[in-house]
Design a binder for this molecule. Structure first.
Ligand code: DX5
Ligand code: ZN
Length: 218
């Protein structure tokens, strides 16, 4: 694939300095920001919700694309608040809803792009019926809940399958992605690359972002 976008996950950043951490990522060449929302129900961890997103939107002058990764038990509940807060894309989990079609429609009516994610245990065939109605498919390469986990290479067959079936769909990978495995993601056909700890823990985030992007273009 050519033309990957790199979206740092700020989950492992200094959360009390979220705005300056986001600015640091944007100044380092991030194409978008991947914001991990966790509610302690869908995943065993809590991060932040729409009030923080709203505040971030106000603080950040440069109008970045906000990809909201909604790891929440009731994704229906936060569509409007997140739209009002300034979310650009609302990425929900297939496992969290009974009615993906209605949720997709609601997200669109609230003016956001639609992302649909699957956990490692969910098959890509379960996602396929919705693929023509969404902007982006998210293939998780770790169990959602925490940053800094090991990349699950066997998820690449899902990415490959989606890329073959839906050539123009944006496909995002998230979890354990970094310089060691970016070539596998790019080869499989992912074009939206989330990377958390590999970027955040680096002394030189710009060079990591450049490296990730460079592999994608090759
Ligand atoms: C995990 C989150 C990811 C995570 C990525 O539940 O969805 O976005 O923060 O961080 P790394 O790259 O450290 O796995
Ligand atoms: Zn995420």
């Amino acid at each position: 694939a050519s033309g990957c976008k790199i979206g740092p996950s700020i989950l492992n950043s200094e959360l009390a300095c979220l705005a300056s951490e986001c600015v640091r990522m944007l100044d380092s060449g991030a194409d978008y920001l991947h914001l991990d929302v966790m509610d302690g129900h869908f995943v065993p961890n809590i991060t932040f919700g729409h009030p923080v997103v709203e505040s971030l939107r106000k603080q950040l002058g440069m109008d970045p694309f906000f990809d909201l990764h909604m790891m929440v038990a009731k994704p229906e509940q936060w569509v409007k608040p997140m739209a009002v807060a300034g979310a650009s894309q609302y990425t929900f989990h297939l496992e969290a809803t009974e009615n993906p079609g209605a949720l997709i429609k609601d997200i669109r009516e609230n003016g956001m792009k639609v992302g649909l994610g699957i956990k490692p245990g969910t098959t890509v065939e379960d996602l396929a019926p919705w693929a023509n109605q969404i902007d982006m498919a998210l293939v998780m390469t770790v169990e959602p809940g925490f940053g800094g986990q090991a990349f699950m290479e066997d998820m690449m067959s899902k990415v490959q399958w989606l890329r073959t079936q839906f050539p123009s769909l944006d496909i995002e990978v998230d979890g354990g992605v970094g310089p060691d495995n970016i070539h596998k993601c790019a080869e499989a056909g992912a074009n939206m690359i989330v990377s958390g700890s590999a970027i955040m823990r680096s002394e030189d985030p710009r060079s990591v972002i450049n490296l990730l992007r460079h592999v994608c273009v090759e």
